[in-house]
Write a protein that binds this ligand. Sequence first.
Ligand code: NIG
Ligand code: FE
Length: 421
Amino acid sequence: MSDRDDAPPIEEVDLLVTGIGELATPTGTLARAGASMGALSVSRGAAVACDGGRFVAVGAEHELTSRFRGREVLDAGGGLAIPGLVDSHTHPVFLGTREGEFEQRIGGRSYVEIAAAGGGIRSSLEGVRGSTEQLLLAALLPRLDRFLQLGTTTIEAKTGYGLTVADELKGLDVIAAANQAHAVELVATCLGAHDVPPEFNGRPEDWIEIVCEELWPAAATKAAFADVFTESHVFGLDASRRLMESAREHGLGIRMHVDQLTSLGGAELAAELGASSADHLEHVSEHGIAALADRGVQPVLCPLVPLFLGEAQEAPARRMIDAGCAPALSTDFNPGSCYCMSLFEVMSWAALRYRMSAAEALTGTTLNAACTLGLGHELGSVEVGKRADLVLTDLPNYSHLTYELGRNPVQKVIKGGAVVR
Ligand code: NIG
Ligand code: FE
């Protein structure tokens, strides 16, 4: 019996996080489009209760500490807390880096020139084809450590450097093994249409046939999504349509690399197909933006990529938001066009180059990113019922997310209610 009959009983929970100076989060389960992208819930002096891997209470610290006793209690130290970051576009399954190409680009060569000379995606094939699943996993796990250190608790992970049926499936098995072995959650995408493998030079339709008839059906049990590099030097519009329609018939969701290097009309195709995401979009047309907004197809923007590639054209993010799109922001982490895993860096560059507010940048790396993966009901915000993925930083307020450059502000990372960093 308690001293006072009206005192609520103290409830035990797995984890109570106290001392949150500021809690900033988007809200809801649906992607936030247009002006609503910049509307965060911001509270000072907050606490969060987690149980069974989910948030069970979010509110004022004095209120939560009188209601809950944590089996574990974590003091956030007065800093900013945000949802676990979601990177909705990465290519983390590879062996060997391509710093030589970076140097060449600094010297003036373009990404397409380097690819035409045998570099680019094709130069990463040997590493994957020549490696066992164990070796690829050993290369992937330290990358996941880095993602987690940087506050990223979920990534969309693409294959795409195998480009044989067996090597693409091997890449998907590596992603599945990493999912078991590591706290970072991976959502698998089969990018068997990343490039035409060199064995199919001059006959790309034969590779397309194999992807549609053999790879997609086999990948459908291992991946959530299929993806294609829609670009004039890789897969054109007709080939991309065939690839994506076939992927869908086999039960895969579809994501597409579109309008990255040229204005081919890939955004219009992604809109027509109702893709889960249309990624890159540096060269999207006004018509393409309208089509994406109209069909509610989410852009996934990669602000570090043109910077890394030395390309002048950047995605017209502001125009997309104004048109009513709900973009996500990603690193596009890969060995060729962006060797960076930090969504904090992405948020800063989205502010500087796209003129996105800190609030919009946070929505783009949390809720909107989760929604492109079909996980908006589970991830992307700090709200009762969602999975308890939380990042504690030493930042004083959410404006510092974009303001501070080049420093990792992450202090603690909680994934599914467990302190994992
Ligand atoms: O997203 N655009 C195609 N794929 C990657 C580049 C991959 C590579 O160069 O290895 C990208 O930028
Ligand atoms: Fe990519």
